[in-house]
Design a protein around this ligand. Sequence first.
Ligand code: NDP
Ligand SMILES: O=C1O[C@H](COP(=O)(O)O)[C@@H](O)[C@H](O)[C@H]1O
Length: 578
Amino acid sequence: MSDKARGNKSAAKKASKSAKSTTKKTTKSAAAKTPSTPKPDVVVEPADTAAELPPRSIDSSHAEFVAATSLAPLANPLRDRQDRRLPHMPEPCALVVFGITGDLARKKLLPAVYDIANRGLLPANFVLIGFARRDWEDGDFASLAHDAAKEHARTPWDEGVWQRLANNIKFVSGSFDDDKAFDRLARTLTDLSDSHGIVGNAAFYLSIPPAFFQTVLRQIERTGMANNHAAGGWRRVVVEKPFGHDLPSSKELNDLVDDVFTWRDVYRIDHYLGKETVQNLFAFRFANTLFEPVWNSHYVDSVQITMAEDVGIGGRAAFYDQTGAARDVLQNHLLQLLALTAMEEPVRFIPSAIRTEKLKVLRAVSLPADLRGNAIRGQYRQGWLAGERAVGYLQEDDVPDDSTTETFAAIKLHIETRRWAGVPFYLRTGKRLPRRVTEIALTFRQAPHLPFAPTDTDELGHNQLVIRVQPDEGVTLRFGSKVPGTVMEVRDVAMDFLYGETFTEGSPEAYERLLLDVLLGDATLFPLNEEVEASWAVVDQLEDFWEGQKPFDYRAGEWGPPEADRMLARDGRAWRRP
Ligand SMILES: NC(=O)C1=CN([C@@H]2O[C@H](COP(=O)(O)OP(=O)(O)OC[C@H]3O[C@@H](n4cnc5c(N)ncnc54)[C@H](OP(=O)(O)O)[C@@H]3O)[C@@H](O)[C@H]2O)C=CC1
Ligand SMILES: O=C1O[C@H](COP(=O)(O)O)[C@@H](O)[C@H](O)[C@H]1O
């Protein structure tokens, strides 16, 4: 903290503590009451694959209308969907964002809407509806949206594009427990169907604190907004992470959301899957012959997946202190990266095939029988980062003085499959680490034999393949090379592929890509409920083990607590220092 706010902390802390216990109780008692809808255990997605569905198409009059009214696409249209017979542009529709004044909506969603429009990928009859507590008119919301989009857009700013969007911006004021507000929203949608030709198509984005997911879903159900079969249009829902707090609460939420909407219309968002480099994992692994033969326990010694952030918790203490690093990012981003790294090749690039392979990995995850020393939690103390003093977690605004919430987690796990038997996967994430970096590093076994005697100066390590998700997106291959000279001295060198140097097109922001996918009805990059539950099954074991324990300390600006280093040292390995 800023030392300034320390004086106001104790009242805020009390409120935060009471909110915490209330949230937990509510979740548990609700879980006990809600009957669970039986669900198929196997991931068979009957009719959502391109092969099983009749091809979607935009009718020709609409296509002509779109061609006449939209901007020419910028370079880098998001992708070629032809082989999957999906349209490139959504049908006329409305996007309803709950929590439109929040951090995510301002920094990511509103800019994403603008960027999609700027690439010429939004139909002219697209309507954006914001829902929030402010006593605003449409114009007030349009003004917030304009400023947010302009500040955070990825594509160049074009006032003309914005003005076309601004003509179709609506605002509905109300709180989540206000029935009348939801009635107004339902009427607004019906009216827009007629006046703006959105033919009843609407996506609802729950960009709201997870504690309100159930309330809002119930309101959508009560007002009949989830169902639009009579009008022949579609209704979809996007639920932000974290999807539940543990396995029982995620099952309860899955049951509810699949009940209110048709399961196929539920989009559980994990924005890491929208990152270009994460999708490149598919290309890297399955479009090349070079890597597949060595992508297994015969050649791979170990795998490290790191998601490090230099930032702290920002102003999100109320959320973060109830959540912690494991629930915030390990349960979703890190385990999804793991699944993509370890999965078998999907039979086709379609949602059901990809989700099936990811799920097999997540269900094959096994944690060490003894988690002591193999599941490390940390919490940052005051330290120095990039030359600046950073306060400790306990001094952050609204964090209770005695909080035991972790801001760092490092774990070891195995994947019980033939491909990965015996290969340890080390996952770590943390806030206030020395730098922001997300990467997947495969370390290969050492050569079993050297035909020349090593010299004293040899620096021959293991071969390593590093997929950098962010920043400096790219791939690095480390291998031994002869040092020029008269003796056979070998040293590790790196071969680098950098996205930024090879491709001139800027990649779309993750939320832009995923939002467009929702409007197009393309669920390929959205985890299935079974994946979410399999991930919670892993994280619940960790949380049970950590229950009642204090996290280890690390100073802001360090790579986590020393115990995390010891975890690898015991195995004769070390974390990469990216
Ligand atoms: N921010 C981020 O970087 C990320 C966020 N997420 C997820 O996105 C979701 C939203 O996060 P974030 O934007 O940070 O949250 P914020 O707290 O910044 O925003 C919450 C929004 O919900 C509204 N809201 C809260 N309570 C009510 C209520 N009772 N009635 C009506 N509106 C209400 C707030 O309105 P008001 O302005 O009136 O308070 C605000 O618009 C969360 O699920 C989070 O986990 C996921 C990844 C990253
Ligand atoms: O989901 C989340 O992700 C962000 C990090 O996202 P990135 O795209 O910037 O890597 C993290 O800061 C936040 O705590 C978490 O909720």
